[in-house]
Unconditional design. Structure first.
Lengths: 237, 237
DNA sequence: TCAAAAGTGTTCGTAGTACACCCATGT
DNA sequence: ACATGGGTGTACTACGAACACTTTTGA
């Protein structure tokens, strides 16, 4: 067996004729039916000359990071500011795209509810997706899981919520993203203890059918922070 | 602005002349100094004609997944069976490798303590690393963090521990991987409650200087399982 | 004054930490 | 028997879930 070389040999026999694409699952909590609660939606574009939907994405340019590339490609769709973007996973099955060997580096992107620009692409409720191209459905599923998981131990919801909000609204956002009801009361306690949200001191307008006007809150940070690092096995003292 | 195309356009202007490499941070808990506790080590290879160390890795072949590639490249080093391998992250800074644009898809690999084959590469304690090539140190750091995090909410330690072990030994493994002491008593309780480890019914030999012979345990699964899914915001009922 | 929505407080269960104490073995 | 390590039991604490009750508004 020849000496197993580390990676630094820059030009060995197997030159990479692979294509690297960037795909982003962009989520936003949106009011689809005004009569019912808002739902988690994902941004989809229609592939050219095809009736299938696919995730927004494209190729990397030589001078940019994959993340920069993802931002650029989503920004081109004119759907507002991405408040949070993170790597999801790489999908590399040899036959995932029939034409040519294509490796997809995927991202999870989040857009706050108060960003309302709707550009080229359209929003689809994640629980009612159309046929998706290639393995894109699988990518959306992975992104949902990642989002749900991080909601419980990070402040990631800052990227879904508007700048200021009553707790009931935040509760609806959590509910939409998690897929099950969330107790508003306890949510406030948990997020307060962790200093994830803080009161602004202002109050909002009372709703359509009366009721006490809600206190408005805001997220303490606008960058991802792990708020519950050690579920167990904490370091001593 | 031209129509923002989704990814499926297989041959547009920006063809990818990027190289895709796979790099794996392989960890094993090893006894370096027989007089003291075992430590977490990472597998490093010496780059050809260089005095720098680098992570094992290489190029993808057209017919394999990135993960398959990672397994193949590590297997070539003859250091035993990888009990767990997972995606870590993609490193894509344009200048991370000076020569040519190289995107690194990185993996975290774990090898149990009872695998003792030492092939071409050598083990280095993670707290005492030599100079590493390119951004490889950063990759090792990311891998350590991932391992430490997953130790607290998954059964990932199955891939570090031998087939059967006394709890004191498992405790040392956790300690080495986490970097701080772990109470053996409580570790057993936690892992038992979560059904991560189970008693084998057998007992081991007593140590060098007397003492009660320890009960031997084993991991219930040999695949990654999330054991503490909802730290908080559990679904109702 | 009544309904609706927001906010407060209380109880309960459970999981994890710390630590004292008991058990089994070799010398 | 005694030192050495392994194992069991027992507070104590903290966090989160569930839910009742109070407060503030509009109609």
């Amino acid at each position: 067996m020849p000496t197993p070389l580390p990676s630094s040999s820059s030009t060995d026999g197997v030159s990479s004729d692979v294509r690297v694409e960037v795909l982003t699952a962009v989520f936003q909590v949106r009011v689809v039916d005004p009569a019912s609660a808002p739902v988690l939606c994902v941004l989809l574009a229609r592939a050219e000359a095809s009736d299938e939907w696919s995730l927004p994405g494209g190729d990397v340019t030589p001078d940019e990071t994959l993340e920069t590339s993802a931002r650029r490609l989503v920004a081109a769709l004119d759907i507002g500011t991405i408040a949070h973007l993170e790597q999801l996973a790489v999908f590399s099955a040899p036959d995932r795209v029939p034409d040519a060997r294509t490796i997809a580096s995927t991202y999870l992107g989040l857009i706050p509810t108060d960003e309302s620009a709707t550009g080229t692409a359209t929003w689809h409720p994640v629980d009612d997706l159309p046929e998706l191209a290639f393995d894109h459905r699988q990518i959306v599923v992975a992104a949902r899981h990642r989002l749900a998981a991080k909601l419980s131990y990070t402040n990631i919801a800052f990227a879904l919520a508007p700048a200021r909000f009553p707790m009931s609204e935040l509760s609806e956002i959590y509910c939409a993203a998690l897929g099950y009801p969330v107790d508003t009361t306890n949510l406030l306690r948990i997020l307060s203890r962790r200093a994830v949200v803080v009161a602004t001191g202002t109050v909002g307008k009372t709703g359509r059918s009366g009721g006490r006007p809600p206190a408005l809150y805001q997220f303490a940070d606008s960058r991802l922070r792990v708020t519950d690092e050690f579920a167990t096995l904490r370091p001593p003292m």
